[in-house]
Ligand binder design. Structure first.
Ligand SMILES: *Cc1c(COP(=O)(O)O)cnc(C)c1O
Length: 354
């Protein structure tokens, strides 16, 4: 196999998704999914015909939701496909370089490795903000910059002015990509209105998180039409299956969006509850503030707590191996009952009364 496979593929570690890690339990708080089902229903339509390359109805619906127009949008198989299409379209293997800011979403590194693209990692500061001095120092020969905003797994937004200052110094031959997978939880912080001002700004969105449709695999790239048209060149011939676009359209109907917005408010309430309770445990070192549907928690011994959660059927995400995140676990915000169970298990762990 080693002689059959290109070296960079042989050396590749695939993305360790929650599903691939394969831990089992009763309560899944490890993939930042919504705990509530989205009530879309598939109605059988003609499957004998190929789908449209891009569903015009879905384009229209997402343009309304995102306050853009249909020629600003490419529908993708999740935001993950957007991350990949950008590398495929704009990077030359072995010579081009992408920049990103760990600890962050692992897919930027995985895709760079898959396409044999160089990586420049500039770790974020201990304040979890961008290290502008080093970014500016190394930005010259970078093709794509991926900023996860709000950042996964730290849960914070980067300072708006820091992102703007990067946008103003990069040449038009560098693209700044803002991964807004979690922006629906704090939509006023989106950079979407800036795509008209900056020709090299690209935004990634998804229905997997706030919309509760992870299984659908539907995301969006938003940028100016020139960028979108290049991405269309490297897309699969029929990327989005008809049942997917039908369900996505339903999820973007007004009454459904209202339900999603109620769920977002509920997530915020459950998060407040969980954060306040967590701060009272002596095994908890620090709970990082979060604008998303997950929280990052630093324990004094995260391995022991992780295993104890698992033993009691609660699956969270270990982040302790990442730069700057010693002893940190990421916990997705579930229903209030699920949050209460997290607290109950920690009470048991510490031999405390509830
Ligand atoms: C979950 C996630 C994605 C992937 O979203 P899909 O639309 O499910 O592919 C992309 N970026 C970040 C930061 C994520 O957390």
């Amino acid at each position: 196999m080693k002689r059959l496979t290109p070296h960079h593929i042989h050396a590749l570690h695939p993305y360790q998704s929650a599903r691939r890690i394969g831990l089992t339990g009763r309560i899944y708080l490890n993939a930042n999914e919504s705990p509530w089902n989205n009530i879309v229903k598939y109605k059988h339509t003609d499957l004998n015909r190929y789908p449209e390359f891009q569903s015009s109805v879905l384009l229209k619906k997402y343009a309304q939701y995102s306050d853009t127009s249909i020629n600003n949008i490419l529908i993708t198989r999740g935001a993950d496909e957007g991350i990949e299409l950008l590398v495929r379209a704009f990077c030359v293997p072995k010579s081009d370089k992408i920049m990103f800011f760990p600890p962050t979403y692992d897919m930027y590194a995985v895709i760079a490795n898959m396409y044999n693209i160089k990586k420049k990692k500039i770790p974020i500061l201990s304040s979890f903000q961008l290290d502008l001095i080093n970014i500016k120092k190394y930005i010259n020969d970078v093709k794509l910059i991926y900023i996860c905003n709000p950042n996964n797994p730290t849960g914070n937004f980067f300072l708006k002015n820091d992102i703007i200052s990067i946008l103003t110094i990069i040449p038009l031959t560098t693209l700044l990509i803002i991964d807004e997978a979690y922006v629906d939880f704090s939509i006023e912080n989106s950079f979407i209105s800036k795509i008209h001002k900056y020709a090299n700004l690209v935004i990634l969105r998804t229905l997997s998180k706030a919309f509760g449709l992870s299984a659908l695999r539907c995301g969006f790239v938003l940028s100016n039409p020139n960028i979108i048209n290049i991405l269309k060149k490297v897309s699969a011939p029929y990327p989005i299956a008809t049942p997917i676009s039908d369900l996505a359209v339903q999820s973007l109907k007004l009454e459904n969006i209202k339900q999603v917005q109620e769920n977002i408010l509920q997530v915020a309430l459950n998060k407040d509850f969980l954060v306040k309770k967590l701060q009272s445990f002596s095994c908890v070192d620090y709970v990082f503030p979060s604008k998303t549907n997950f929280i990052l928690v630093r324990f004094f011994d995260s391995d022991v707590v992780f295993q104890y959660f698992l033993l009691h059927g609660i699956v969270v995400r270990d982040q302790s191996y990442k730069i700057g995140l010693n002893n940190c676990l990421r916990i997705s915000i579930g229903t209030i009952k699920e949050c209460q169970e997290v607290i109950q298990v920690l009470c048991m762990f510490e031999g405390k009364k509830l």
